[in-house]
Design a protein around this ligand. Structure first.
Ligand SMILES: [Zn+2]
Length: 102
């Protein structure tokens, strides 16, 4: 479920003036008041969508590892990893470089 950050619109208490996180279902309506002091709050940012924009860290580490194997000429290692990660074209390429024939 996404985490939403809320912040007081004007002056709030310690809880809401710096912003606080709320885990909410996408279908839930946004909170309009601070649960501690009742000040009006506004949704600031959704961490969930921020994550999507940055890209999954898993994909990044696979890519890094692949480059490492490829730069070291470990084609079969690279091919296996690409294969497991669903990068079929990359796997094929690396298998060929490893000397496999399809
Ligand atoms: Zn408050």
């Amino acid at each position: 479920m996404p985490i939403y950050e809320y912040r007081s619109v004007k002056k709030g208490c310690n809880h809401c003036s710096k912003g606080f996180d709320v885990i909410q279902n996408i279908k839930d309506s946004p909170i309009s008041a601070c649960p501690q002091c009742g000040a009006a709050v506004k949704r600031a940012i959704s961490r969930f969508s921020a994550c999507v924009i940055e890209g999954a860290p898993e994909t990044a580490s696979v890519e890094n590892k692949l480059r490492e194997y490829e730069s070291e000429g470990k084609w079969s290692h690279a091919a296996e990893l690409a294969d497991k990660s669903g990068l079929n074209d990359r796997a094929m390429d690396d298998y060929k470089k490893a000397g496999y024939n399809f």
